[in-house]
Design a protein around this ligand. Structure first.
Ligand SMILES: [Zn+2]
Length: 180
């Protein structure tokens, strides 16, 4: 399974995760899906998410209301959700799903996890082993991983974001040139 992130979705995930760092964000993913590809067009943050440092709980009734609103007003579908993991004390954030993440994972949907940590040196955006997208923004290290649940089994999906790899790399080249 491949999970494509559009420019809007990629920026949405970054802004949403960085805004609340070191707390954790939660939101829904809008887009469309085919049997082996999911296209994420938008990442929409939930303002009502009761953000704690370790876990994010949301009001599930409200979530259903949002899904119905999306279905009746846009051509996109709710294809899954996302949340961030933040560095906690000395423990660095990872993109691994917690037990609670697994419990709340709905069948047939995609779950994106954005891990945010402090970092000293900027790092170009690239794909790392297992299909994770990794890079940095303004002193924060970001890793974006995706999972997909089918037949009651949660598997890792490959994150694909031409925008992140191409455009961000060019930006960093320009930046490097301008400081030399
Ligand atoms: Zn989690």
């Amino acid at each position: 399974m491949e999970v494509y992130l559009s420019e809007n979705a990629f920026i949405g995930l970054l802004v949403s995760a960085l805004e609340v760092y070191r707390r954790e964000c939660f939101g829904i993913l809008l887009g469309h899906s085919t049997p082996d590809r999911v296209f994420v067009e938008f990442a929409v943050p939930y303002q009502s998410a009761n953000r704690k440092y370790r876990e994010v709980h949301i009001d599930w009734k409200r979530s259903q209301r949002v899904e119905e609103a999306v279905r009746s007003t846009t051509r996109w579908e709710c294809i899954g959700d996302y949340h961030s993991h933040s560095k906690f004390g000395l423990r660095r954030a990872t993109t691994q799903l917690s037990n609670e993440d697994k419990q709340h994972f709905s069948e047939g949907t995609v779950g994106v996890v954005v891990a945010v940590n402090d970092i000293r040196k900027p790092r170009p955006w690239s794909y790392v082993k297992g299909g994770t997208l990794s890079g940095s923004v303004n002193g924060y290290s970001i890793r974006i991983a995706a999972y997909y649940k089918s037949n009651d089994h949660i598997a890792r999906a490959h994150v694909v974001s031409p925008y992140a790899i191409g455009f961000m790399e060019k930006r960093q080249d320009l930046f490097r040139r301008s400081i030399q």
